[in-house]
Design a protein around this ligand. Structure first.
Ligand code: HEM
Length: 137
C-alpha cells in the first residue's frame, strides 16, 4: 500500500516536471515555435498537392505570421499582426482534403521537432475553429 502511494506520488511529480504550465512553453517557446514553423514550411515545400498553393507567396511573410499566430494561440507573449483567416484563404478553393493534408504536414513537423502528442493536439484544437473560414472560399 505504502509502496503504491509512493509510486503514485513519484509518477505525479515526474508528470508535473515534464509538462510546463502553458502550451507556449510546451511548444518550446519562441525558438521551439520558430523550429516548428520552419519544419512545417519545409514539409509543405515537399508536398506535390499543397506546394502549388504557396508557389507565388512571400514565404518570409507567411513564416513570420505563422510564428506570431502559433505564439499568440498558445498564450505566448505575441500579437498576431497578419490578416484574418477568411480573407487570406478566400479564392484558393481549399477543400477538406487540402485542409486535412496541411494538418498532417503540421503534425509531421511537430513530431520531427519532438513535440509530444498531447501538446500537438492542444495546438491543433486551437486551430480547428478556423477551418470553416478556410474551406470552399
Ligand atoms: C490550420 C490551418 C491553417 C492555418 C492556421 C493557416 C494560417 C495561415 C497564416 C497565418 C497565413 C499568413 C497570413 C498573412 O499573410 O497575413 C497563411 C497564408 C497562406 N495560407 Fe494558410 N493556414 C492554414 C491552412 C491553409 C491551407 C489548407 C492552405 C492551402 C491548401 C493554405 C494556404 C495558404 C497560402 C497559399 C498562404 C499565403 C497567402 C499569400 O500568398 O498571400 N493555408 N495561412
Amino acid at each position: 500500500m505504502l509502496r503504491n502511494i509512493f509510486m503514485f506520488v513519484a509518477i505525479s511529480f515526474s508528470a508535473c516536471y515534464v509538462q510546463a504550465d502553458t502550451l507556449y512553453e510546451n511548444l518550446g517557446g519562441q525558438a521551439g515555435i520558430a523550429n516548428i514553423v520552419d519544419g512545417f514550411l519545409e514539409e509543405i515545400s515537399y508536398d506535390r498537392e499543397i506546394y502549388p498553393f504557396f508557389a507565388k507567396s512571400n514565404i518570409k511573410r507567411v513564416r513570420s505570421k505563422l510564428e506570431e499566430q502559433f505564439c499568440h494561440l498558445s498564450s505566448g507573449p505575441c500579437v498576431y499582426t497578419g490578416d484574418d483567416m477568411k480573407s487570406v484563404h478566400t479564392g484558393m478553393n481549399i477543400d477538406e482534403a487540402h485542409f486535412n493534408r496541411v494538418v498532417e504536414l503540421l503534425q509531421t513537423a511537430m513530431t520531427k521537432a519532438d513535440i509530444d502528442f498531447p501538446t500537438q493536439n492542444k495546438l491543433l484544437q486551437k486551430l480547428a475553429p478556423m477551418r470553416a473560414d478556410m474551406l470552399h472560399r
